[in-house]
Structure formats: structure tokens, C-alpha cells
Design a protein around this ligand. Structure first.
Ligand code: ZN
Length: 222
């Protein structure tokens, strides 16, 4: 499994700081369970966070910020890496669902009760303890089918559990994460073959582009 798409650095930092809403934290934790590279990035970020707390000069965040911060770690040698011991992150499981996801889908994917939300598209809300405006859900798109083009009212974090989809950002396959904010509009199309199943955290309803889709949105419940 080659993972090419990782969470935004701001998302990882918020996860490391424990400030993400539970649905988002669940998606990130599940991704990390599937991604050694992601766990390595989180360890670096926690090291950097510890260094910043120790009054090390802060690098500005933004594009390439992680690279610059990692470069500065190399410059400083081992002293900074000893400032903070990384928090343990769940290791991947050998079979079945990744460990962080099992508490939300205790019976496995076969037990999920899907709700039809459009041609070839189904969703299933996952209970996560309290009613907030964030939702944690599974999305299933049949091979070759498309999710209607949409924008986001807020951050949308999507982790691919099975299959793959393609949109204007590239191909997202098992273990990849798509981290989109409200500025993004896209139209994912599942790759031909097996169903694409994703774990999704959203903090507002999706906004569809077409008049027909906007009219149907209340029926779809997405
Ligand atoms: Zn989207």
C-alpha cells in the first residue's frame, strides 16, 4: 500500500494537540494506523511542538512549513528531538478494520446499514457520542460512479478504506486522505472495479453545484 496523500499540517498539529473534534480525530487516527509515513510526520510535529514550547525560534507556518521545520531540526542535531517524547499512536492491525475505527464500526464493514443517497452512492452515519455539527460517516461509491460535484461548507476529511477514486487532485487509494476546506470544489469518481469506501468527517453540509442536485439534497440527507 503506497500512501500519497496525507493530512494538512494544520490538521496534524491540531490532532497532536488534541483539539480536533472527535469525527476528525477518528479519521486522522485511522489514517495514522494505516500509514507509517503519517506516524513519522506526527512524531516530527510533536517534537517541533515541544521545541517551540521550549522557546526555540518559531518558523512561519504555511506552504513548505513542515519541510523548513524539519530542516531546522536537522540543523539543531539531536537536542531538539529529546525535548518531547511522542505520544503513542495505534499501530495498524493485521486484518480487518484499523484499530481506531473498530469502536465506530464494531461489526466490520459487512454489518454497516447503508442508506441510499444517489445512484451508486450510499452513506452510513457513525455514532460518536454527542450531537455536534460535525458528522462521522462512511461513504460508498460503486466502481465507475461519481459523487455529484460539490463544494464544502467547512472542512471535509476523507480517508479511503477500500478501492480508489479520482478527482482533479489526483487518484486517492487505500490509506490516502483528502483534506479539503471550504474553498474546494471537486467531483470524485470511483475507479472502475470494487466499491470505493471512505471514512468521512464533515462539519457542515456539502453544497452541490447543479440546481437539480441542490433541490434533491434534502432528500439525500447529505
Ligand atoms: Zn468533497
Amino acid at each position: 500500500m503506497t500512501i500519497n496523500h496525507h493530512p494538512d499540517i494544520a490538521t496534524l498539529m491540531a490532532f497532536g494537540a488534541g483539539t480536533l473534534d472527535e469525527p476528525y480525530a477518528a479519521v486522522v487516527a485511522t489514517h495514522l494506523a494505516m500509514s507509517e509515513g503519517g506516524r513519522e510526520s506526527l512524531r516530527h510535529i510533536q517534537t517541533i511542538g515541544g521545541a517551540l514550547l521550549n522557546d526555540e525560534p518559531a518558523a512561519p507556518l504555511g506552504s513548505g512549513a513542515l519541510d523548513r521545520l524539519l530542516d531546522s531540526l536537522d540543523d539543531e542535531g539531536d537536542t531538539m528531538t529529546l525535548t518531547k517524547r511522542p505520544a503513542p499512536v495505534a499501530a495498524p492491525t493485521e486484518d480487518g478494520l484499523p484499530l481506531p475505527l473498530q469502536r465506530y464500526v464494531p461489526g466490520g464493514l459487512d454489518s454497516v446499514r447503508w442508506k441510499w443517497t444517489g445512484p451508486g452512492v450510499a452513506t452510513a452515519d457513525l455514532a460518536w457520542g454527542k450531537d455536534g455539527k460535525s458528522r462521522l460517516m462512511l461513504l460508498r461509491v460503486a466502481g465507475g460512479r461519481r459523487v455529484p460535484e460539490h463544494g464544502h461548507g467547512g472542512q471535509e476529511l476523507t480517508l479511503i478504506l477500500q478501492g480508489a477514486y479520482k478527482d482533479r487532485f489526483g487518484i486517492f487509494a487505500k490509506g490516502d486522505i483528502a483534506d479539503h476546506d471550504e474553498d474546494v470544489e471537486h467531483q470524485p469518481i470511483a475507479e472502475p472495479g470494487e466499491d470505493c469506501i471512505c471514512l468521512v468527517a464533515v462539519d457542515a453540509k456539502l453544497t452541490f453545484q447543479g440546481r437539480l442536485m441542490r433541490a434533491l439534497q434534502p432528500l439525500f440527507g447529505i
